[in-house]
Design a protein around this ligand. Structure first.
Ligand code: SAM
Length: 265
């Protein structure tokens, strides 16, 4: 039995447990755990993914908020050679604290959908050294993360995720793979952080995040309008960008240039 139904799934924790063995194996294969990996999982739940990877990795750490699931997770992995459970809220967790001697770790999770966007921002902005992330999210959120400029779904999430990482949708997972089934399709996304980033520190990246949020705050308006507190039309033009464009037409590189122009003022 993959899901213990005596544990009533908690909506407030976004609990939709994977119970389709084929899908679980497919996700495991796409993660491709190796014995040298330091693997970290957000929301192990009833261990569907954890069990798939834990035995294949050097070090396994999990972060779970639901204290009712903790005893069975500890019991299940009591014989594991190197298993650590952090009972806490991933939104408040210091992801950089898991780096050992600066070495990167891998991050996975079938993420609670109700907090997925803030959680992604929290992780990206954490300063943690992460080699790759494999997440299950609502398909719609994955599509927004991977969207190119000019598409309808291109927005703040696309720009900021693609500023930090390359983002690839791997495959779609239907509602029937979960107990209880969610109302929407899900998808697996692979995020690979860029080795180098254009902005040099957290403050500059925070400015970019705010500038991008302002640009997309009214999607139908031109950036001359939405960014007028940030840059004049001439300053926007000096970045090689038409002030009459809307945010959805501007590439990640364009937003970086706009941020650099603002920071240089
Ligand atoms: N990994 C399991 C699976 O695939 O079946 C469970 C996935 S379920 C969609 C999300 C999991 O994240 C649940 O175990 C839930 O309790 C946990 N969770 C929800 N909010 C959390 C938070 N803020 N911090 C850490 N874990 C959280």
């Amino acid at each position: 039995m993959l899901v213990d139904k005596s544990h009533a799934p908690r909506k407030r924790f976004g609990q939709n447990f994977l119970h389709d063995a084929n899908i679980i194996a497919k996700i495991g294969k796409s993660i491709n755990p190796k014995d040298t990996d330091h693997m970290v999982e957000i929301g192990p739940g009833q261990a569907a993914l954890t069990a798939e990877v834990a035995d294949h990795v050097g070090k396994m750490e999990v972060i779970e908020i639901d204290r009712d699931l903790v005893p069975r997770l500890l019991e299940r992995f009591s014989n594991h050679h190197d298993f650590t459970l952090h009972e806490c809220d991933a939104l408040k967790f210091d992801f950089a604290s898991l780096n050992i001697e600066g070495q990167p770790y891998r991050l996975i999770g079938n993420l609670p959908y109700n907090i997925s966007s803030p959680l992604i921002f929290h992780i990206l902005e954490s300063g943690a050294n992460i080699s790759d992330m494999t997440f299950m999210l609502q398909k719609e959120v994955v599509d927004r993360m991977c969207a190119p400029p000019g598409s309808k779904t291109y927005g703040r999430l696309s720009v900021m995720v693609q500023y930090y990482c390359s983002a690839h949708r791997l495959f779609i997972v239907p509602p029937g793979a979960f107990y209880p089934p969610p109302k929407v399709d899900s998808a697996i996304v692979r995020l690979e952080p860029h080795a180098e980033r254009a902005l040099s520190n957290n403050e500059e990246e925070k400015a970019m995040s705010e500038l991008v949020a302002a640009a997309f705050s009214q999607r139908r308006k031109t950036i001359r309008n939405t960014l007028k507190k940030w840059l004049s039309a001439d300053e926007i033009e000096a970045c090689g960008i038409e002030p009459s464009e809307r945010a959805e037409a501007i590439s990640v590189a364009g937003f970086i240039r706009l941020t650099q122009a603002y920071l240089a003022k």
